[in-house]
Structures are given as C-alpha cells and as structure tokens.
Write a protein that binds this ligand. Structure first.
Ligand code: ZN
Ligand code: ZN
Ligand code: ZN
Length: 197
C-alpha cells in the first residue's frame, strides 16, 4: 500500500524534465542511512530514476543511488524512524495513525491557493472593451485595471483581487508563485503551462 504524496514544491527551478509522483512508499531510506524517513513528495526522471524528498528535508535517490534506495510498508528491521518525518507526515494528514493518544498538526506551506490571485497588480490580463476592466489570465474573473508603478516606471495592472473560482491549477514545483506570459499563454516561470484545473 502506498501513501499519497504532496506536490514537489521548491524554491529552486525544479526539474523541468521530471514528473511529480502522486503516490509513494510509506518509508524510505538509503543503504547508508541509520533511520527510516517518510517521503513527502517524489519525482520521476525520464531515465526512470526516482527521487523522494522526505519530510525532514533530505532527498533519497538521485545522488544517493549508489547507496541503494530501500522502501518499506512496515519497518522491516530494528532501525528507528525519523521523528521529524513521522510527525509531519501524520500532522499533515498523509497518515492516519500517530503516536498513541496525541493529535499532531502540521501545515505544509504553499499548498493552499494564495490569499490574493497571483496575477494581482500585474499585466497578466486580457483587456476588455472600454479600457477600464480586464479579464484576469490566472483566474478569469473581471476586475478594474489601474495605472500602477511610479512616475518613472508607469504601467497598467489589474487590481489586487482574491483568486476566482477558475484559478489555474498550480505548477507542481512552484505552485502559483511565478506566473508569466510565455508565447501568449500563461505559464510558470519554469515553463510549465498553467491551465484550468
Ligand atoms: Zn526524516
Ligand atoms: Zn485573478
Ligand atoms: Zn514551475
């Protein structure tokens, strides 16, 4: 049995040639690790390499390939489990069972839609007739456009607004943080198209 994995969010560019994994094993470690960790996210490369990012922040796979990657559903040896990984996995709801008698809570960042639409105050809009309102390219809602920026860098942007119901699906690596216009279409800064969910 596998557990659901979270999107492989990152502050870096991410791996544009890799695909996020939706599910993964309950426990992972490399042959050199002295404890079991729990995968938070995973990506698969075209050459079928798999790299898991575990809840405590380490990566299992990739560079560690030479040491071997072990996966398990239940702990098969007497090695301990990383407490950071176990607590966060349970607290984030990836796993039902936590330490007996305790309710754990952990809130991963950047997964929920942002408070304001990522196209707010940007030129990511489609102008509507009349010149005072525009359709947001990220969420499709219609809002006013206004002159923004200072006298030395004047520009027009769509006003700050909450994300509409039709907000595009997030980039698995960068969520909604870096929307851009690429070849006339909304895309993440890493190149992945941002389209309706
Ligand atoms: Zn860990
Ligand atoms: Zn919007
Ligand atoms: Zn991206």
């Amino acid at each position: 049995m596998t557990v659901p994995l979270l999107p492989p969010t990152t502050y870096g560019l991410g791996h544009t040639d890799a695909e996020p994994l939706a599910e993964g094993p309950r426990f992972v470690r490399t042959g050199g690790m002295s404890r079991w960790h729990r995968p938070r996210s995973g990506i698969a490369f075209p050459d079928s390499r798999i790299v898991y990012t575990v809840w405590c922040g380490q990566q299992v796979g990739g560079l560690h390939r030479a040491a071997g990657r072990l996966t398990a559903e239940t702990i098969p040896d007497d090695l301990p489990v990383c407490a950071t990984c176990d607590g966060r996995a349970v607290g984030a709801g990836q796993e039902q069972d936590g330490p007996a008698g305790r309710t754990l809570l952990y809130g991963p960042r950047h997964l929920a839609p942002p408070r304001f639409c990522p196209a707010s105050r940007s030129s990511l809009y489609e102008a509507l007739p009349g010149g005072t309102a525009a359709r947001c390219l990220a969420c499709s809602d219609v809002h006013p456009i206004r002159a923004m920026g200072g006298p030395y860098a004047p520009r027009v942007g769509i006003v700050q607004h909450p994300p509409g119901a039709a907000l595009v699906a997030p980039c698995p690596f960068h969520r909604w943080r870096h929307p851009t216009l690429t070849a006339g279409r909304l895309a993440c800064i890493c190149g992945r198209p941002l389209t309706a969910p």
